[in-house]
Design a protein around this ligand. Structure first.
Ligand SMILES: NC(=O)c1ccc[n+]([C@@H]2O[C@H](COP(=O)([O-])OP(=O)(O)OC[C@H]3O[C@@H](n4cnc5c(N)ncnc54)[C@H](O)[C@@H]3O)[C@@H](O)[C@H]2O)c1
Length: 403
């Protein structure tokens, strides 16, 4: 199988998770990395035996022996660096969220269509929640009509106190900076939960959104160390989609509440509840027991009675894989991306489109909160403003991003 040569831009926390995935993909070789933090970059390259280290992304992109580039920098650098990758004619795999504003995500999508898609180059976004038995099964059940008309979905993401960079001190304070993150909980974690539901429900078309965002919870001055917490810790939304579907959203990095319930999808014939991680212990439900991926409970009516069916998603994946070995390419982001680039699967999940639709509803929640009223999908298109970095001061000079 042809070797795929990869470059990584940004050697921070998440890049290590990418490397763990690469260890399992035989035909992928990471040949170069880039970071503006030279000490971090050198330590990273030494750890993974990567020979070529760059502090200027343009040098990495100028190489003609690199096929695909992972963009692992903070949200507001996703658009400038991903578009640079596209202009360099390489496949681009960008971390989530696609961007911190809808218009930046849209600019990325359009840049792909203009610069690299015509050359057969792909553009994808890391959305790990799409790659699980839970997602596959829920999607299949809806496509088979087992839920009937789907009219109500709820996207829940809840941390009681888990503001990255503040409460979660191993993560960078850039997570709560307006300049680099742009947004907090709703974009950062909402992408996993909202995108999963939109994908499962077949990417419905947004009509309107209302919502509120909050930054209310006490912040430790000691942990802030002079910095400002500039993003939302809680986002709440109520969105209407074509086809008579309503989606409500709650995404918190911090909320003084112990239990807030689960994500669900409800239809005229049945409903699905998505157990949040950590998976609810389900007893000896199959090989390994338990439901390590997060589970699904189907609620319907049989013989005139209410009936609940635990679908044992994780425990049953061994049987599913035995019958369909290609499912190993649908269990993890990178495995999926490179299986597609290597021609091992005929199509890939359209993560760039799913992430763009997710950015639209998330941005709608912000705009509605700001304007104090419901906003239409057309208004989101018109009013979304860019938060992307266009000029970055680094120890190696000023990078002016042209996009
Ligand atoms: N940390 C996580 O658990 C996690 C999980 C999933 C997704 N993500 C996403 O990954 C992205 C990065 O998060 P992180 O935790 O790895 O951040 P991080 O701060 O640990 O790493 C970001 C790196 O980007 C580098 N950088 C900044 N500008 C650069 C430039 N112009 N060229 C090259 N390098 C540059 C920084 O020096 C830093 O080393 C974010 O968008 C985040 O949402 C993070």
């Amino acid at each position: 199988m042809k070797e795929i040569r990869v470059g990584i831009i940004g050697t921070g926390v998440i890049s290590h998770r990418h490397m763990k995935n690469y260890e399992k993909i035989p035909n992928v070789k990471v040949v170069a990395a880039c970071d503006i933090d030279k000490a971090k970059l050198d330590a990273w390259c030494a750890r993974y035996g990567v020979a070529d280290a760059y502090t200027d992304y343009r040098e990495l992109l100028a190489r003609d022996d690199i096929d695909s580039v992972d963009v692992c920098v903070h949200n507001n650098l996703h658009a400038p660096l991903s578009i640079a990758v596209m202009k360099a004619g390489k496949h681009c795999f960008c971390e989530k969220p696609m961007a911190a504003s809808y218009v930046d995500a849209k600019t990325m999508y359009e840049a792909w269509e203009k610069y690299s898609k015509p050359q057969g180059k792909e553009f994808g976004i890391q959305i790990s929640s799409l790659y699980s038995g839970q997602t596959r099964l829920a999607k299949r059940m809806i496509e088979n009509g087992e839920l009937g008309h789907v009219y109500y979905a709820r996207s829940i993401g809840h941390r009681r106190r888990g503001r990255p960079g503040l409460d979660m001190v191993d993560l960078s304070p850039d997570f709560y900076s307006a300049e680099f993150a742009g947004h907090g909980a709703l974009f950062d974690m909402g992408i996993y939960h909202i995108a999963q539901l939109l994908f499962i429900m077949g990417l419905p078309t947004l009509k309107s959104v209302s919502g509120s965002v909050f930054t209310e919870i006490e912040q430790s001055e000691k942990l802030l160390a002079g910095r400002k917490f500039e993003v939302e810790e809680l986002g709440l939304g109520f969105a209407k989609y074509e086809g008579g579907l309503t989606l409500d959203v709650m995404e918190s990095w911090a909320l003084h509440m112990d239990e807030v319930g689960d994500t669900f999808i409800a239809g005229s014939k049945g409903g699905l509840r998505f157990y949040r991680e950590p998976a609810r212990p389900m007893g000896p439900g199959g090989p390994g027991g338990g439901m390590p991926e997060g589970g699904l409970r189907f609620m319907t009516i049989q013989n005139g009675r209410n009936i609940d069916i635990d679908l044992m998603v994780g425990g049953n994946s061994m049987y599913e894989h035995a019958e369909s070995p290609e499912l190993k390419y649908y269990d993890e982001n990178h495995a999926h991306w490179y299986a597609y680039l290597s021609g091992l699967i005929p199509e890939r999940y359209p993560t760039e489109k799913i992430a763009l639709e997710t950015a639209k509803v998330s941005e709608g929640i912000f705009l509605s909160s700001k304007l104090g009223r419901e906003v239409t999908a057309d208004e989101i298109e018109e009013l979304s403003t860019s938060t992307a970095v266009r000029r970055q001061e680094t120890p190696w000079g000023i990078f002016e991003y042209d996009f």
